[in-house]
Write a protein that binds this ligand. Structure first.
Ligand SMILES: [Zn+2]
Length: 410
């Protein structure tokens, strides 16, 4: 009797479980079409354009985002110049009487802007508040966006497992940035080093696309974010030890704590691992910093730069905060990365903050430098070496993002 009771209870339980999961799969699991919309990325290609050419390989629709009216350019020409006149967008000779339009090639065909880069998805044009210039945004699916990023951020001939790790890191990063900042602006990410370099379809290769396809929908999560995505930063060469995110960007995640990296020193060419001394005119440094950070204007002019905070590892010291002494006698503070990218925005000369900074009478010296980039998260050259030595993408990601958990979005 007791046995029968248990069997009956088990059967009812199983039935409820079956009904439960069955109804869930019908009602609440999004379809692929829904998920792809949810994960579309808005990439800011140009912030202040005054003119632009658009060329589509197919007919395209023009959508007025205010009225959602759709008009076509069918059969006329697949090439059009875009400009602004009296706070309204001109497409060729046609005044759209709109400030915000989307140009969408039919049949998901690619398009080009200024006859240069080629993109998938659609092109969104929004007149800026100045009424004279416009923002140029590429609306693209997450996977197509990642294809353009991996091909721009890592050489396509690198090991497949390193390319896969790069794809997962880039996908994780962009979703975090989109969720955190995208709601408050017309776009999610910039197409530059400010976020991730994205050069669209023309940069894609078979090998990088394979890495994206093999990891489709795969992201990393952190327990501190309730097992949601975190900003999975990455940089070129850490120099021997990656840096904790809180010391560079201020956001603290266990998955972004610094780890000893024995890998990048093996395969990074010496001129990239140890960079040549850089010398900058002190007035140039001072002017650049004060122009970018008006709050520091009370310093009048920067006389001396001293290390305020440093992370010391064996054979490596990364400056994370600097003290600025002004001619007015006042002092100010600046993050190491902010100083570096203000003085040398491309990072080509001051490759990292793992260097000694010396203030001379007229110049500022950045000497004995090591590594390339901010050093947080995955070390790209290290990832390449790990892959060369037989590690797979998961092992690479687990090494550089300790404690992460992989999640499949779709
Ligand atoms: Zn490294």
């Amino acid at each position: 009797m007791k046995k029968l009771y248990i069997i009956t209870a088990l059967a009812i339980g199983l039935f409820i479980l079956w009904v439960g999961t069955g109804s869930k799969s019908v009602d609440s699991v999004p379809t692929i079409a829904q998920t792809s919309l949810q994960f579309d990325i808005k990439v800011l290609l140009i912030e202040n354009a005054s003119k632009l050419s658009f060329r589509s390989t197919a007919d395209y629709s023009i959508i007025d985002c205010k009225t959602t009216l759709v008009s076509g350019a069918i059969g006329i020409s697949n090439f059009v110049n875009i400009a602004v006149e009296s706070n309204s967008l001109l497409l060729g000779f046609r005044n759209t009487n709109a400030r915000h339009v989307i140009l969408k090639p039919n049949g998901e065909k690619p398009f080009a802007i200024n006859d240069n880069h080629q993109y998938r998805g659609s092109l969104e044009i929004i007149i800026n508040p100045d009424g004279k210039t416009f923002s140029v945004i590429n609306n693209v699916s997450l996977e197509d966006y990642i294809k353009g990023v991996v091909a721009s951020e890592m050489p396509s001939y690198w090991e497949a497992e390193a390319l896969k790790a790069q794809a997962v890191a880039a996908r994780t990063y962009v979703l975090y940035i989109k969720n955190r900042f995208g709601k408050n602006r017309n776009w999610d990410v910039k197409a530059t080093q400010a976020n991730q370099v994205y050069k669209g379809m023309r940069s894609e290769t078979l090998r990088t696309n394979d890495a994206v396809d093999a990891t489709a929908g795969m992201v990393l999560t952190s327990w501190q974010n309730d097992w949601q995505v975190f900003p999975a930063y990455y940089s070129s060469v850490c120099g021997g030890h990656t840096e904790s995110s809180e010391n560079v960007f201020g956001d603290s995640f266990e998955t972004l704590r610094g780890v000893d990296c024995p890998w990048c020193r093996f395969n990074t060419k010496p001129s990239l691992f140890f960079w040549p001394d850089a010398i900058y005119d002190k007035k140039f440094v001072s002017d650049a910093i004060l122009a970018r950070y008006p709050a520091l204007k009370e310093l009048e002019s920067i006389e001396k730069i001293e290390v305020s905070k440093q992370s010391i590892y064996s054979g490596l010291a990364r400056t994370t905060s600097l003290k600025l002494l002004g001619t007015s006698g006042k002092t100010g503070f600046l993050r190491g990365e902010d100083l570096r990218l203000t003085v040398d925005p491309t990072g080509a000369k001051i490759q990292s903050t793992c260097c000694t900074i010396i203030s001379l009478k007229k110049d500022i010296l950045f000497i004995s430098g090591k590594g390339f980039g901010h050093g947080v998260g995955l070390c790209q050259y290290g990832a390449r070496e790990m892959a060369t030595q037989g590690n797979n993408a998961k092992q690479i990601l687990d090494f550089y993002y300790p404690g992460n958990r992989i999640k499949l979005l779709y």
